[in-house]
Design a protein around this ligand. Structure first.
Ligand SMILES: C[S@@+](CC[C@H](N)C(=O)[O-])C[C@H]1O[C@@H](n2cnc3c(N)ncnc32)[C@H](O)[C@@H]1O
Length: 509
């Protein structure tokens, strides 16, 4: 019999984790994981989440209008009103709007819907993780010794309890919780809090001072426990995304909780047998774009002038810049061809360069190009640095460290040489997985420099989304800053998809 699994996605962001589960197909069941409820409080992330919930209603038969919306030909209202049944379903699944766990009025609605849904028997899975700040305040009892500290007023503290509360309400067979590595080193009163978290998750009702209920066993999903043997508390729970075919080095703590009445030792993720997925393989077909000029007026001519100025400046430094400056002549030539900064939709001009598996994951025949692919503006000094860094990386195979920066190009920080800024500029090297895409990408592009020196820019939202393994038809709503935050916050869907397989195996027994 096909298996259906109901999923509750908490702190859902744009839905990366949920996407991986939803896209999973098992041997006996196609798409066994059905998201029943997603909770997200931020308006733009919620809008993204809701659009994706709408898209999923159609599975393989996505209507043309969806692509028309992505291309900017029709409005979201037009799309939703053309498919009102599917839209209503997506709206219900995402609680009708952004909702904050821990907010009294929102909780009322969330729990009402949860209790209703849970009347359905069958398999349940809770996914998601409370935002990391919550953990610095987990020492509930210990904090009570602090003058004036009132845990009930501490919103972040409340969030963690909300997670436990949802577990005790849904009593899922399995939960998956993701967080940053900082959760492992967080201390309260000099004591690590991670063991307390494991303890609480192992017995959520007791943690909430309630009786009865299920206990959970917490497992690591990593294929390799050696991290855990180095002595850091909880290190065995760290997953290195690049080990599992993700073109990005992203190290996160992921806990798999299995209810005590399910007596199965879950499998681990298997180290990818595919060739290492690289930044180049997933960026190469994105249309090349020029960056913009954030000051002094932007136009293709002004930009080209700035690029030529940058090249002249680096060439003047010559060999002392640490690179051979000859190839900059061809960079200038190539830059001339880059006149576009992108648009809501850009048609595809180049072939995808990843392998077959990646192609089937990212590409969609219905979408004939790229969305969320528009470049940012940079000040001329940063544009010059990006050009230099990208050419340096091309020649030397690594980004220049602060000490390798020519003085004339170094940022004007009083303590630039202090060691604090050693890796301030990072090029995403063509032949390697990228560095971690974080929400910091919304603030500046220094850590996220495109490998092509002739484009002189930081990554676009789509390129960041590619490195995070979002399919190309995953559309990010909101302004560009909000889109970057959403992408940077997410769990790579392709990693989540592999986790879903393990959860499916646990539930299949
Ligand atoms: C790390 S992101 C989640 C990423 C998500 N798991 C994914 O894979 O895309 C955390 C999200 O929690 C949301 N959030 C923070 N506090 C919340 C609350 N009280 N209720 C609901 N969502 C909240 C934030 O807006 C943010 O989008």
């Amino acid at each position: 019999m096909p298996m259906n699994v109901s999923v509750v996605d908490l702190f859902a962001g744009p839905g990366g984790l949920g996407e991986g589960f939803s896209a999973f197909s098992g041997k006996r069941s196609s798409y066994p994981f059905r998201i029943k409820l997603s909770v997200e409080k931020e308006v733009s992330a919620h809008k993204t989440l809701q659009l994706r919930a709408f898209y999923r209603q159609f599975r393989k038969n996505v209507p043309l209008e969806y692509y028309h919306y992505l291309e900017g030909k029709i409005s979201r209202e037009q799309l939703f009103s053309s498919y009102s049944v599917e839209a209503a379903q997506a709206i219900e699944e995402t609680l009708g709007g952004p909702r904050a766990l821990g907010d009294k009025a929102d909780d009322k609605l969330i729990y009402k819907q949860l209790r209703n849904l849970c009347k359905e028997n069958g398999h349940w899975v809770v996914i998601g993780g409370p935002p990391c700040q919550a953990y610095s305040l987990v020492g509930r009892a210990r904090n009570s010794g602090i003058d004036g500290y009132a845990p009930e007023n501490d919103h972040r503290h409340f969030l963690y309890e909300e997670y436990l509360r949802v577990l005790t309400t849904v009593e899922p067979q399995v939960f998956v919780m993701e967080n940053v590595k900082g959760i492992l080193s967080s201390k309260v009163n000099g004591k690590h809090i991670f063991p307390t978290i494991l303890d609480d998750l192992g017995n959520p009702r007791r943690a909430l001072k309630k009786r009865g209920g299920y206990k959970y066993k917490i497992y690591s999903l990593s294929h390799d426990d050696s991290e855990g043997k180095k002595g850091q508390v909880g290190a065995k729970y760290i997953l290195r995304a690049e080990d599992y075919g993700i073109p990005q080095a992203r190290h996160r703590v992921i806990l798999l909780g299995v209810r005590e009445d399910i007596s199965i030792e879950p499998n681990r993720l298997t180290k990818s047998s595919l060739p290492q997925s690289t930044a180049e393989s997933v960026l190469a077909d994105c249309p090349p774009l020029r960056s913009g000029l954030s000051k002094g007026g932007d136009s293709p001519d002004a930009w080209l002038e700035a690029v030529e100025g940058a090249i002249a400046k680096i060439s003047k430094i010559g060999i002392k810049s640490g690179i051979d400056v000859e190839p900059l002549i061809s960079v200038a030539k190539k830059a001339k061809a880059h006149t576009s900064r992108g648009a809501r939709f850009l048609p595809r001009k180049r072939e995808f360069r990843g392998d077959e598996h990646a192609a089937s994951w990212y590409l969609d025949e219905g979408l004939k190009g790229f969305v969320n692919h528009e470049s940012r503006g940079h000040i001329v000094d940063d544009l010059t640095r990006y050009l230099f860094c990208a050419e340096y990386a091309r020649q030397k195979g690594g980004s220049p460290r602060a000490s390798e920066f020519p003085k004339a190009l170094a940022p004007n920080h009083a303590n630039w040489g202090s060691g604090k800024f050693v890796d301030r500029f990072k090029v995403q090297l063509a032949g390697k997985p990228s560095s971690t895409i974080t929400s910091h990408i919304s603030k500046d592009g220094h850590y996220f420099i495109h490998p092509d020196p002739a484009q002189c820019r930081s990554l676009t939202v789509r390129e960041a989304a590619r490195l995070q393994t979002f399919p190309d038809n995953y559309f990010f709503e909101g302004n560009r800053t909000q889109q970057y935050v959403q992408v940077g916050n997410a769990v790579p869907p392709l990693l989540a998809n592999q986790i879903a397989k393990i959860v499916y195996q646990v539930l299949s027994v």
